[in-house]
Design a protein around this ligand. Structure first.
Ligand code: 6GU
Length: 258
């Protein structure tokens, strides 16, 4: 999978994505990423200007349409015809839909993704209308630029691309998809600062350990993320009471009536 990033700060993207698992995946060829400097496409050959005042007044500068469009054309021209036709261009903006694991899964099916990182007060609306297919935010707060959000999304998407994670790492992949948070985990020593590892984890009984972990996940999700817990409940409704219990009540009833 190929990530193309249009930005005024290509070194931020390069450095941010070159370390750790994502860097390793790039070195091994499972993904590629390339940050293109929008400034290189400025029509202003003297000062390489990419921003200007907003019509109608107001504070701040706006990124102009032309450098962004030319940068986009350059990237799109490197992509084969059949893939270019259905190319998705993501504008990272607090005005977008909020990114989540399902979106990451959807985007991970693409062969190419282009990210547009804005700066200053925003981007001329006309170029957005011309090239953008998806408006995506990473949450309800404002950042100074789109580079960090783009990296957040690229990380979440890239780890779903086959080959990027090794077996051990991918064991974790499902933990958010099923709406439950991870259960608590412990490593050596068995006792630290007077706190003991829950004894069930030392029992060697895998069934009991699994049951305990699920129960902890449910409890933790209920406490910390009631919104996720509600979604989990819809897909995992409580089991109806067993028949045996019903018969017991019937018998009680008959006893009462005697
Ligand atoms: Cl995608 N961009 C910016 N600039 N700020 C944000 C954001 C994106 N998501 C949350 N805040």
């Amino acid at each position: 999978m190929n990530f193309h990033v249009m930005t005024l700060f290509p070194e931020m993207i390069e450095q941010g994505l070159s370390a750790s698992i994502i860097g390793r995946a790039r070195d091994k060829g499972f993904i590629s990423f390339e940050a293109t400097n929008i400034r290189d496409y400025s029509g202003d050959l003297r000062h390489h200007k990419v921003d200007d005042y907003t019509y109608g007044g107001g504070a701040g500068m706006l990124m102009q349409a032309q450098p962004i469009y030319d940068c986009y054309r350059h990237i799109a021209d490197t992509i084969p015809d059949e893939r270019r036709k259905c190319l998705r261009v993501i504008y990272v903006t607090p005005q977008g839909s909020v990114f989540d694991q399902n979106m990451a899964k959807e985007f991970s099916k693409e062969e190419d993704l282009i990210f547009l990182c804005g700066h200053y007060e925003g981007v001329d609306e006309r170029v957005l209308e011309e090239i953008v297919t998806d408006y995506v935010s990473i949450g309800d707060y404002v950042l100074t630029g789109g580079e960090l959000p783009a990296m957040v999304m690229i990380d979440a998407i890239a780890r779903l691309v086959p080959g990027v994670l090794n077996n051990e790492e991918s064991a974790n992949t499902e933990s958010f998809s099923n709406y439950l948070l991870e259960y608590p985990q412990y490593s050596r020593p068995e006792e630290w600062m007077g706190k003991k590892v829950p004894s069930i984890l030392l029992s060697g009984d895998h069934k009991k350990v699994d049951d305990w972990r699920l129960e902890q996940s449910i409890e933790r999700t209920k406490m910390r993320r009631p919104d996720l817990y509600e979604k989990w409940l819809i897909e995992n409704p409580p089991k109806p009471p067993k028949k045996k219990r019903k018969r017991h009540i019937d018998r009680d009833d008959s006893q009462n009536s005697q």
